[in-house]
Design a protein around this ligand. Structure first.
Ligand SMILES: *Cc1c(COP(=O)(O)O)cnc(C)c1O
Length: 451
């Protein structure tokens, strides 16, 4: 087989040619070789969406082992929000790696961890006294937020919502709503987790106040306010389908929590750090969480997560009750400080809103021409289209999967989500250019028209 391979750039970042370029079918032979080795060596439980082996990424593209350049509308699930291999992140990582790679913050602390905590305390909503603790993954942050809420309130019950996604560890599986693929066969799950109905305007037609009253009634009748340690919710649900609650829903839930001594936890692991056109999505709904969990976009791709919140709640644990060997790794903290500097000083919130305007107008134009798009929703660079059968209104997961697959074959990375598998979500890196974003959406429109 003779293929004209355009050699992939050895480094990524914004200097990569910003173009969609297919030099083989997807996957090409070099990617296929890696995928064959994956099938033989890696647990079958770990799937993949895009059948390529990545070798470089940056700006708005991912380059594969065969030299194909794909438009990135997924950011590795909302992680590379500042852009992949962002130069300031790369420099911070290199510098910190050359100094020291680990001491364990619980053994000998170091300044970058403290600086990340200070930045999170400053940037998260509310002007009350705050403290933070750092961890490795979103699920670990959620687990720790629940631990902190329980020891603070001396209560046990935790309320999560329909369509929630909070992770894949045992407690977070219990909090997550969807059985397949996240929970099926993996029980028994952690106890004292209860589920309340969400506000999902496209499906329930309820206003925010009525949806909140419905949820509060379930909590009070089935759990009892005095037993509830925490309510945890994603301000805009991610994996569950980019569900934006009706106006007033979140403030009413927060108000109920305050009145009943319940810790309100906003899981901003996916929505955080400029993604939604605000530093944190809670701001869009005018709410101030007691605790906020962050991860994904926090460190430009390095594994880092945090719980940030009211100092008196964050200090409730005895010393040594929180922590972990790697939590707040110094390289990840250095990366986070560089990424946070970019969020604050490089106009990324404005960029997320500009990207959101393009996404919304393009998706609404597609919807106007095609009744199979039942709903267009989201905020900023976290926007989505929900696909239905126009005759019945029933979710159309088959169409959604076919369109996403066709986009990937044409060199555009799109992700699906939703309890019913019928949502295509758009999470482009904020470093993508308008032309590339529009070209990616042209491919989506063409794929939809062809199916
Ligand atoms: C991804 C995600 C998690 C889990 O984060 P991991 O780093 O994968 O453990 C938790 N909550 C939300 C809202 C998420 O989107």
């Amino acid at each position: 087989m003779s293929i004209d391979i355009d050699i992939a750039a050895p480094v990524g970042g914004p200097a990569l040619p910003q173009e969609r370029r297919l030099v083989t079918s997807i996957p090409g032979p070099r990617s296929q070789e890696v995928l064959d080795r994956k099938a033989a060596a890696v647990s079958a439980g770990i799937g993949h969406t895009v059948p390529v082996a990545a070798v470089a990424a940056g700006g708005g593209v991912v380059v594969d082992a065969d030299g194909n350049s794909l438009i990135d509308l997924g950011s590795g699930i909302a992680v590379t929000t500042v852009g992949n291999a962002h130069p300031a992140v790369v420099a911070a990582v290199q510098e910190q790696a050359a100094r020291f790679t680990h001491t364990c913050f619980m053994i000998s602390p170091y300044e970058p961890y403290v600086a990340v905590a200070e930045a999170l305390n400053r940037l998260t909503p509310g002007d009350h006294m705050k403290k933070s603790a750092l961890f490795n993954s979103g699920a670990e942050a959620v687990e720790n937020a629940v631990k902190i809420a329980r020891i603070h309130t001396k209560r046990q019950a935790v309320i999560a919502f329909d369509h929630a996604y909070h992770g894949r560890t045992n407690l977070t599986m219990a909090l997550t709503a969807k059985a397949m693929p996240y929970k099926s066969g993996f029980g028994p799950f952690a106890g004292e987790v209860y589920r309340a109905p969400l506000s999902y305007p496209f499906h329930d037609g309820l206003n925010g106040a009525d949806a909140a009253a419905r949820a509060i009634s379930v909590i009070e009748k089935q759990v009892g306010a005095g037993n509830v340690a925490a309510v945890i919710i994603e301000p805009i649900q991610g994996e569950g389908g980019f569900i934006v609650p009706a106006d007033g829903f979140l403030p009413a839930i927060v108000e109920w929590c305050r009145a009943n001594g319940v810790v309100f936890i906003a899981d901003e692991v996916q929505t955080g750090f400029a993604r939604t056109g605000a530093m944190f999505a809670s701001e869009l709904f005018g709410i101030v969480p007691d605790l906020i969990t962050t991860a994904k976009g926090i460190a430009g791709g390095l594994p880092l997560a945090a719980v940030t919140g009211r100092a008196e709640i964050m200090d409730a644990s005895h010393t040594g009750g929180l922590g972990g060997t790697y939590g707040g790794n110094p390289i990840a903290c250095a990366a986070a400080l560089a990424a946070i500097d970019a969020f604050e000083n490089d106009g990324l919130i404005e960029r997320a809103n500009a990207i959101g305007d393009i996404l919304r107008s393009r998706l609404e134009a597609m919807q106007a021409a095609d009744p199979r798009i039942g709903d267009v929703r989201g905020r900023g660079a976290m926007s989505a289209a929900e696909f239905v059968d126009p005759a019945t209104g029933e979710p159309d997961a088959a169409l959604t999967a076919a369109v996403a697959k066709a986009c990937i074959a044409e060199g555009v990375i799109v992700l699906t989500c939703g309890t019913y598998g019928n949502v295509i979500r758009f999470l482009p890196p904020l470093s993508i250019g308008d032309d590339l974003l529009n070209e990616g959406l042209d491919v989506v429109a063409a794929a939809l028209a062809a199916h």
